[in-house]
Design a protein around this ligand. Sequence first.
Ligand SMILES: NC(=O)c1ccc[n+]([C@@H]2O[C@H](COP(=O)([O-])OP(=O)(O)OC[C@H]3O[C@@H](n4cnc5c(N)ncnc54)[C@H](OP(=O)(O)O)[C@@H]3O)[C@@H](O)[C@H]2O)c1
Length: 260
Amino acid sequence: MQHETRISADYNPATSVLRERVILVTGATGGIGSVVCRQLAASGASVVLLDKELKALEHLYDKIVEDGNPEPAIYPMNLEGATFDHFPEVAQRIQEGMGRLDGLLHAAATLGKPAPLELYDMESWYRTLQINLNAPFMLSRACIPLLRQSDQASVLFTSDHSGRNGAPYGGAYAVSNAGIEGLMRVLAAEMADTTNVCVNSIDPGVVATSLRAQAYPFENPFELTRPEQVAGAFVRLMGPDGRDFHGQSLTVEPCETATS
Ligand SMILES: NC(=O)c1ccc[n+]([C@@H]2O[C@H](COP(=O)([O-])OP(=O)(O)OC[C@H]3O[C@@H](n4cnc5c(N)ncnc54)[C@H](OP(=O)(O)O)[C@@H]3O)[C@@H](O)[C@H]2O)c1
């Protein structure tokens, strides 16, 4: 098992520390992603919401605007079908529409079909690796030139203990998370010294979301940590607190009560 650093999710979103910052979030409408996006906006950031369902994106957009926070931008995109041409277009449209990019949070993921590797379904393998590993690589690659221009940028990959520890039966999901850890380390090493881009990975722990429910359908979600209890750690890493971390595999220390 590799060394993990814990990061507290205790955070006050009313601090406006992310004012004028532009942050792109994939998996924006997901269980964890949606709460993080609302907290990023509550901290003053203009958030680019990227996910595959337009209706869900519009719903989240409305919530952020109703909260009285900076208007987000919506970017509908299915990472499964996206090819390497589509990713530079994301960066280009952010540059044209928002003028800058200060943060990139990868929070989109699919579970694939958990099974032993010797029986693993090949189609699910390709699909899962595409969404969980190839897409974060291609999107990061496309966004680096913009992130380099920021005085304080952050790339945050969401990870999972199954990838860090090689847990059995996680299949392509676990392997893609192991790949994410490698991607984070290589990118962090390449960004060190010559850029202001901090690169880390974060494991939220066990959180009640649809991905978790898919993996463990008989678990009682009300007994699990809620997204609101972990989101603060993600938001902290996108702001000044995040400058203390680079090239690290972080694990969230959830807060007792949810930060809304
Ligand atoms: N929940 C946990 O216990 C836990 C533990 C460790 C790590 N994580 C990590 O936390 C992150 C967030 O997951 P979550 O728990 O919040 O799960 P979630 O609620 O299922 O969120 C995942 C998001 O990714 C989106 N997504 C899936 N396939 C996509 C595609 N092809 N193109 C674009 N977007 C796509 C989903 O959209 P749809 O809803 O439309 O499919 C959803 O909005 C993931 O990286 C996950 O591995 C979660």
